[in-house]
Write a protein that binds this ligand. Structure first.
Ligand SMILES: [Zn+2]
Length: 454
């Protein structure tokens, strides 16, 4: 056991330095993919003008037809939008032809994401009720390396720059925090019990009250949350905790996190928080106890991995249970991480070599750009199933397992036992071959790594 561990550490050190040598310098990557800053600025200006023109034509369409268009391409008509160029962003390298299958405009190339497509209307209407008319109606995601992810046209035909997921930072959609507050106050009067959005809207309103010097209004937000949202809602306690934390209500916060720890004793982020709260309350002994539970990387090693169930990228139910009997890698990664992109061919190589010997992979994406994810999966011909929620570090499964850096591979034995939480790089093949029961020539493997290192 000790020998295996030492070899493992030696290998991982070698792998780290070998990987460091093949990394492509950022300057080179930029030269390949990114237009000059001046060109980018110009494109953003043209794109903004496109969005304004789209807004005007939607306004006319709405007047004439009494409803929003089904697709943006419906606007291409002498009455609404005589010039089709407006539907293409100059930064869109695919000229509006990319996009993922179910969102692609059926009639012509369109660069812009139309939020009010027929299958999304109900969901977007809820957003609009709670967050007001600043909510994006049309979005452009073709401007990389900016401090925003999306250029948006809102329901009030205004332009905003926001992250992809704006629900936690709704002020990005408005000219001032006060405007965002006013919109959410009206929204919460109408739908205080909206479970889908309560995780975002209540903490966002509380935070903005504090930031604009109205901390006295936060108690009202907490009271409205408690009286409107059912404690059965899975994220009830997590949301309440975020609210209590903002106002330093430590005693109640402690109660809430104890409740969370009871619900899921394996959630390391809950223990981390409990350690913090106990420390603040001066109880070092309890703080230490929870710190140990939280920080022990080896806590789960050799133990059964708690299961999960989700919906995969193809819309099918997926659970860890389905993979019992196989050696499975939970592969946490994201396309926005260059380290992950560099490591992808290695994972694919191991998959190809060991899949028919009983090895499988579940990709758990920390992306927030589904299109980019699909493009990468296609490019690398990745056949294994993917779980995507669009929430980056807040994605449910990475949250459940306390994932704090990527790429990270959790290798699980045929009976569901965790073998390694560091199954990455060249170490991956060593661990997988051992787990599926194929003898690996360790000396040969070490020589190949040392060879790479010269
Ligand atoms: Zn654009």
């Amino acid at each position: 056991m000790k020998i295996t561990l030492t070899v493992g550490i030696a290998l991982s050190l070698l792998v780290t330095s070998a990987a460091a040598q093949v990394r492509i310098p950022a300057e080179r990557l930029e030269k390949i993919f990114v237009p000059t800053p001046e060109q980018q600025e110009k494109n953003i200006e043209i794109c903004t003008q496109n969005l304004i023109k789209l807004g005007k034509s939607i306004e006319v369409y709405l007047e004439v037809n009494g409803d929003y268009p089904e697709w943006l391409s419906d606007l291409y008509h002498p009455k609404y939008l005589p010039e089709p160029d407006v539907l293409t962003c100059p930064s869109d390298r695919m000229g509006g032809r990319a996009g993922f299958a179910r969102n692609i405009d059926p009639k012509m190339p369109v660069s812009y994401g139309y939020q009010f497509r027929s299958q999304h209307r109900e969901r977007i209407q809820e957003n609009r009720t709670l967050y007001g008319d600043g909510v994006p109606l049309v979005r452009c995601r073709h401007h990389p390396n900016q401090d925003f992810h999306c250029l948006n046209l809102s329901y009030s035909y205004k332009i905003s720059r926001s992250w992809s997921i704006w629900e936690a930072v709704p002020e990005q959609l408005y000219d001032s925090p006060e405007e965002a507050i006013a919109a959410m106050e009206i929204g919460l009067q109408q739908q205080p019990d909206n479970e889908r959005l309560c995780y975002y809207v209540y903490p966002a309103l509380a935070r903005l009250y504090i930031e604009t010097g109205r901390a006295d209004k936060v108690d009202g937000v907490v009271a409205l949350f408690k009286s409107s949202i059912n404690t059965d809602y899975p994220r009830y306690y997590m949301t309440l905790a975020r609210l209590l934390e903002m106002t330093d209500q430590d005693a109640e916060l402690l109660q809430v996190f104890k409740e969370l720890a009871e619900q899921d004793p394996n959630d390391r982020s809950v223990h981390r928080k409990l350690a913090e709260i106990y420390q603040k309350l001066g109880d070092s002994e309890s703080a230490e106890e929870h710190r140990l539970k939280a920080e022990s990387v080896l806590a789960l090693l050799g133990k059964p991995v708690p299961g999960f169930s989700a919906i995969d990228l193809d819309g099918k139910p997926i659970s860890l249970e389905q993979y019992r009997g196989k050696v499975v890698l939970l592969d946490f990664r994201a396309t926005w991480s260059s380290q992950c992109l560099e490591d992808t061919p290695n994972v694919k190589k191991v998959y190809d070599a060991y899949h028919d010997k009983g090895f499988d992979i579940i990709g758990i994406s920390l992306d927030n750009d589904e299109k980019m994810l699909r493009e990468q999966l296609k490019k690398h011909e990745i056949p294994w199933r993917q779980i995507y929620s669009g929430k980056r570090w807040q994605s449910p499964i990475p949250q459940q397992y306390g994932i704090r850096n990527i790429p990270q591979g959790w290798l699980i034995d045929r009976d569901g036992t965790l073998i390694s939480q560091r199954a990455n790089g060249l170490l991956l093949e060593h661990l997988v071959s051992e787990a599926v029961g194929v003898e690996v020539n360790l000396i040969k493997l070490l020589q190949s790594i040392l060879g790479n290192n010269k």
